[in-house]
Ligand binder design. Structure first.
Ligand code: BGC
Length: 283
């Protein structure tokens, strides 16, 4: 095979259930589509009860809940804008009332509002920072309050709680035309590591996952035409786009006790996008 041969975009079949998260209560923000949906499905498959948070798209959120229930899992949908303090607090109160506690927070909700820097409006800047960064802060704070209140319940997990921040390869790769987004993810990186350092003594683990190009609505223009897909492949040494399930699987593992000694990392899941593919030849 030479490197220009067409390679199939194969992803592994779903692994057998190990019930890795049995008895755990998980909240996934922005779980009505894309990566968040896959994460919610995988957490439920491993035995967690799941809150499917969303802000727009009631029908899609309820479909995720129905899909989880159809597979024998337990889920509820809660609408809340993660950038609003009162809505986040109400969501956590509802979760704790319905499920009893929170063991896992997946801070996934995020968006892009792209523009050249000299055309970017303050509203585009604020919207991205408020959802992607402040939203993760507000949810992490509520989760940690609950983790500290409850402490470790050893039959459930070695840890008092787990937070997984959805970051991006753009926590380290600068991104022209997406200054607000890259700034938000750079912020997520140091927020995640700083929180991890602060709460580790309470047996709380805080890690981030950094997806590369994953086939979701957020980046449809980067994969929907053959030309766009070919251009994208120049950035991906592994020569396939990522699928939401590539991320869902990794999040389950990071949230589980299999990853109990992992704290404060950025786990890149990007087909090698951060390997400076431009240097594969030249330099
Ligand atoms: C962005 C996508 C982009 C990918 C790789 C992600 O964080 O949301 O739009 O395709 O990074 O550049």
């Amino acid at each position: 095979m030479n490197e220009h041969d067409e390679l199939p975009n194969v992803v592994m079949p779903h692994p057998p259930h190990r019930n890795l998260l049995r008895g755990q209560k998980a909240l996934v923000t922005g779980a009505n589509s894309g990566i968040g949906k896959s994460v919610a499905m995988f957490l439920a498959q491993e035995g967690a009860d799941v809150v499917v948070n969303y802000v727009y798209g009631d029908a899609a959120a309820h479909e995720v809940v129905d899909e989880i229930k159809a597979k024998g899992g337990h889920a509820i949908a809660i609408k809340a804008d993660v950038s609003k303090e009162d809505e986040v607090q109400a969501m956590f109160s509802q979760m704790i009332a319905d499920f009893g506690t929170v063991d896992i927070l997946v801070n996934n909700a995020g968006l892009q509002k792209d523009a050249p820097i000299d055309e970017m409006t303050l509203e585009q800047w604020n919207t991205v920072i408020n959802v992607n960064l402040t939203g993760q802060f507000l949810c992490a704070r509520e989760a940690i309050r609950e983790f500290k209140r409850r402490g470790v319940v050893s039959e459930i997990s070695c840890a008092a709680g787990k937070i997984i921040s959805m970051s991006s390869v753009h926590e380290v790769i600068p991104w022209a035309g997406h200054v607000n987004y890259a700034a938000s993810k750079g912020g997520v990186m140091l927020m995640t590591k700083s929180i991890a350092q602060e709460v580790a003594p309470y047996r709380i683990r805080v890690n981030s996952v950094c997806p590369g190009a994953i086939r979701t609505p957020i980046n449809q223009s980067a994969w929907e035409t053959p030309q766009a897909y070919d251009d994208l492949m120049r950035l991906i040494p592994y020569k396939r786009i990522g699928e939401p399930d590539d991320i869902g699987r990794a999040v389950v593992w990071l949230a589980s006790d299999d990853a109990d000694y992992i704290n404060g990392i950025s786990l890149f899941i990007d087909g090698g996008m951060t390997l400076y593919p431009g240097f594969a030849t030249g330099g």
